[in-house]
Design a protein around this ligand. Structure first.
Ligand SMILES: Cc1cc2nc3c(=O)[nH]c(=O)nc-3n(C[C@H](O)[C@H](O)[C@H](O)COP(=O)(O)O)c2cc1C
Length: 197
């Protein structure tokens, strides 16, 4: 199989975090299962594969989960997407502590695999770490063995995101921002800043 570098680069470059969705457009359970299936092919520390997923797409569960999430920490005036622009589904990542108390970087690798898969299907989403895990475990309780790590909000995007090159700018000015036209801007460091030698 041949995959060219430029296609991969473009896929990664356009795979951006989105926080406003077309809530009316549902995401089928089949798609959500297929996205989780991608994680099977990710590298895994010790090959322990300790991560598990809960799939949430029922209206009742979504309504309960939404208030537990903190959106866009830099946007102090914004409480997250309004009704009609909320996620169509969530995939929640858990660590099965039977296999150890940590998962090295398995969590991030798997989230990237899922979001890239989403992107190829016209979906987008937001990886969320700032959520109320204690309250979440009251809604979805799989027992103490499973510790929630991330909530991935998913939907069909209703937001334009633009990357900004940080070249020549203040290297501490990395906050994303929204311009008056509603476009979400994400500064990214130049390659020259990433390579040390
Ligand atoms: C580990 C991690 C945790 C994150 N947690 C949150 C979060 O709690 N809430 C949120 O709105 N966005 C969260 N994000 C999304 C980041 O804000 C987003 O990735 C960043 O602004 C860069 O945008 P980009 O993904 O389009 O490159 C998180 C992303 C990562 C990788």
């Amino acid at each position: 199989m041949e995959i060219d570098f430029e296609s991969l680069r473009n896929l990664m470059k356009s795979n951006r975090t989105v926080r406003r969705f077309n809530e009316k457009k549902e995401v089928s359970e089949d798609i959500l299962f297929s996205l989780v299936e991608l994680t099977r092919y990710c590298p895994s520390g010790r090959n322990a594969q300790p991560l598990r997923y809960a799939i949430v797409n029922s209206k009742e569960e979504k309504q309960k989960i939404f208030p537990l999430l903190k959106w866009a920490g830099y946007f102090k005036e914004w409480d997250g997407p309004e009704e009609g622009e909320r996620p169509a589904a969530y995939i929640i990542q858990y660590l099965d502590t039977k296999y150890g108390k940590e998962c090295l970087c398995d969590d991030g690798l798997q989230l990237e695999a899922i979001t890239l898969g989403m992107h190829t299907l016209g979906l987008a989403g937001c990886i969320i770490k700032a959520f109320n895990g204690a309250e979440l475990s009251k809604i979805l309780n799989f027992g103490d063995r499973y510790v929630s790590r991330y909530v991935l909000a998913i939907g069909y995007p209703r937001e334009h995101v633009q990357l900004e090159d940080m070249s020549g700018k203040d290297d501490t000015d990395f906050k994303y921002y929204r311009s008056a036209d509603g476009i979400h801007h994400v500064p990214k460091r130049p390659l020259s800043e990433l390579i040390l030698n």
